[in-house]
Write a protein that binds this ligand. Structure first.
Ligand code: ADP
Length: 160
């Protein structure tokens, strides 16, 4: 059984993330999407909201589970019997950080392999940060995030 973990902040999940998840599911038997609790970023959505948006979107996918984690990713992976970590790579901006992380994680636990999936050309410009900025400025995010996420972004901005 090949199990993998796809970690990130998912604040919120974009179509870029959805694409990576769908492709990762083709490469493994079970995928855990893991929302990191210890990332020092200003979040728009609570952890529960982020988990819920991912769960709702993939409600019909029994091979996917959603969790949150704190602490070292390699420990979370090992404790959940995952042999691989999935990361998405957009253009060049992601490369240096991802390369450092992958090598540090290999040093921490050589049994866990990081697998990179290149961003789909339709989504290579999409980031959660940009999506939040566009939402705050009232831009249309159709086709950039799932419709349910778009609705939540609109509600969130209106309630601020
Ligand atoms: P982080 O907070 O670690 O940057 P994110 O939640 O933004 O994580 O993303 C999680 C993973 O998904 C990272 O590997 C990131 O590179 C990848 N990712 C984010 N957006 C996209 C996208 N549009 N296309 C492909 N991969 C993406």
């Amino acid at each position: 059984m090949r199990r993998a973990v796809y970690p990130g902040s998912f604040d919120p999940m974009t179509n870029g993330h959805v694409n990576i998840i769908e492709r990762a599911l083709e490469q493994c038997d079970h995928l855990i999407v893991a929302v990191a609790r210890n990332i020092s970023k200003t979040a728009m959505f609570s952890f529960d909201e982020r988990l819920e948006m991912i769960r709702e979107h993939f409600v019909d996918e029994p091979r996917l589970s959603v969790a949150s984690f704190e602490g070292l990713l390699v420990d979370f992976a090992a404790n959940n019997n995952c042999q691989a970590v999935i990361r998405g790579l957009r253009a060049i901006a992601d490369f240096e950080y991802e390369y450092q992380m992958a090598n540090m994680n290999r040093k921490l636990n050589p049994n866990i392999e990081t697998i990179f999936l290149m961003a789909d050309p339709n989504n290579f410009y999409v980031s959660s940060r940009l999506v939040k900025e566009v939402a705050i400025l009232g831009g249309d995010l159709h086709g950039v995030v799932p419709d349910a996420v778009r609705d939540r972004l609109v509600q969130k901005v209106q309630s601020r």
